[in-house]
Design a protein around this ligand. Structure first.
Ligand code: NAD
Ligand code: LMR
Length: 374
């Protein structure tokens, strides 16, 4: 039996499953959700009266402890604990959103790609469980585990290839890789440099910086040319900022010196994403405008903005790309390809080709993993 610290979970509840909930990201993300989601509920005019967090981890003791601890927080969000002993199905049944920070993190000297073998096995198994337990025509799956560039293709292709119930479910439009941390970093670092170099007075607002592509090194393309804060950065400052966003993860891995990678900033970024989906599903908003790493394979079926011709060639190779999207309860409904037209020359002619060539290799690796899996 799942260890449930909130005995009655009502029918009319929105369930969020967190897989890998006892880890560094899982714990902090669960805390933010437990502490903050009640405010989204207050805005809702739907019949949903309750939000439930179902926490799952292979480490049973740890997830029981985290759940018991969270259950003392004085918010009306319920929590339950799940592990392989009680079955993942108790966690996933009726879940509307599944968030996945399960898997191993980097140590100094490792790339995200070095995590592939272990984490691809974990993600494909979790994908099997999602396909078996969740309503594939409704559920949203947010993949945090690394390498995101390869694991989202693993998740999508595994479900489509091995689970016939996925046919016509549209699930590929609702599986998203979470790259929000790159956007959070770009905003933070741009504000910092502006203040340090006296370009802007100390203001409380944060800049918006679109970041597209993938989630590792040069596949990350921060578009400082499109920031609302920008202007007088010189070439050196711009190069420094781009590099810092592309390799921001390394800073944390190095500072933690063997004790893992970013957890708190990732939980913050993840919270922002999950909260958007909660608002969508509660009916507080009709659509989400956000950047996620998704399959563009289906893109020819979406209404497309001008600029599609520049990104669409990617689609021929089963492309996945982080790009600004409009998302409704059915999943991705609009891809803002026009972002390519708004790029400056350096972003479009230098950064985009490097990103695409590396990304293709990462995507192929994920697809081959599933193709070779019996
Ligand atoms: P962690 O080791 O602290 O936690 C991972 C948790 O996953 C552990 O509790 C572990 O028991 C659990 N786990 C392992 N296998 C599992 C399975 N099959 N089912 C359920 N749970 C399982 O690691 P972390 O720091 O929380 O990082 C988790 C992942 O997130 C890593 O792969 C890391 O690289 C990635 N990450 C991604 C981003 C991003 O921007 N997308 C940012 C930071 C970290
Ligand atoms: C990050 O960007 O911090 C994460 O992807 C974790 C890592 O391995 O760098």
């Amino acid at each position: 039996m799942p260890h449930s610290v909130t005995p009655s979970i009502e029918q009319d509840s929105l369930k969020i499953a967190i897989l890998g909930a006892a880890g560094g990201i899982g714990q902090s993300l669960s805390l933010l959700l437990k502490a903050q989601l009640q405010y989204r509920l207050k805005e809702s005019n739907r019949t949903v009266t309750h939000i439930h967090l179902a926490l799952y981890d292979v480490n049973q003791e740890a997830v029981n402890g985290v759940t018991a601890d969270l259950s003392h927080i004085d918010t009306p969000i319920s929590v339950s604990s799940h592990s392989p002993a009680g079955g993942i199905e108790n966690c996933l049944n009726n879940a509307s959103i599944v968030v996945i920070p399960a898997g191993v993190p980097r140590k100094p000297g490792m790339t995200r790609d070095d995590l592939f073998n272990v984490n691809a096995g974990i993600i494909s198994q979790l994908g099997d469980s999602i396909a078996e337990c969740c309503d594939l025509s409704k559920v949203f799956v947010l993949v945090i585990s690394n390498p995101v560039n390869s694991l989202v293709p693993v998740m999508v292709s595994n479900i489509l290839k091995n689970h016939p119930q996925s046919r016509n479910s549209g699930i590929e439009r609702r599986i998203m890789g979470v790259t929000k941390l790159d956007i959070v970093r770009a905003s933070t670092f741009l504000r910092e440099i502006n203040i340090e170099s006296g370009l802007t007075p100390r203001v409380n607002s944060m800049p918006d910086v679109p970041v597209i592509g993938g989630h590792s090194g040069e596949t990350i393309i921060p578009l400082f040319s499109q920031s609302n804060f920008l202007s007088r950065l010189n070439t050196d400052q711009l190069k420094y900022l781009i590099h810092r966003v592309q390799y921001g993860g390394d800073e944390v891995v190095k500072a933690k010196n063997g004790k893992g990678s970013a957890t708190l900033s990732m939980a913050h970024a993840g919270y922002k994403c999950v909260a958007q989906f909660v608002s969508l599903l509660l009916g507080n908003i009709d659509q989400i405008h956000g950047t996620y790493y998704v399959s563009l394979k289906d893109a020819n079926n979406f209404p497309v903005a001008p600029g599609a011709d520049q990104l669409l060639p990617l689609v021929d190779d089963a492309a996945y790309f982080a790009v600004p999207l409009t998302i409704t309860t059915k999943g991705v409904s609009y891809v803002d390809y026009d972002i390519v037209n708004r790029m400056n020359e350096m972003e479009r002619n230098e950064m985009l080709p490097i990103c695409v060539s590396q990304l293709k290799k990462n995507i192929e690796k994920g697809l081959e993993f599933i193709a070779s899996r019996s």
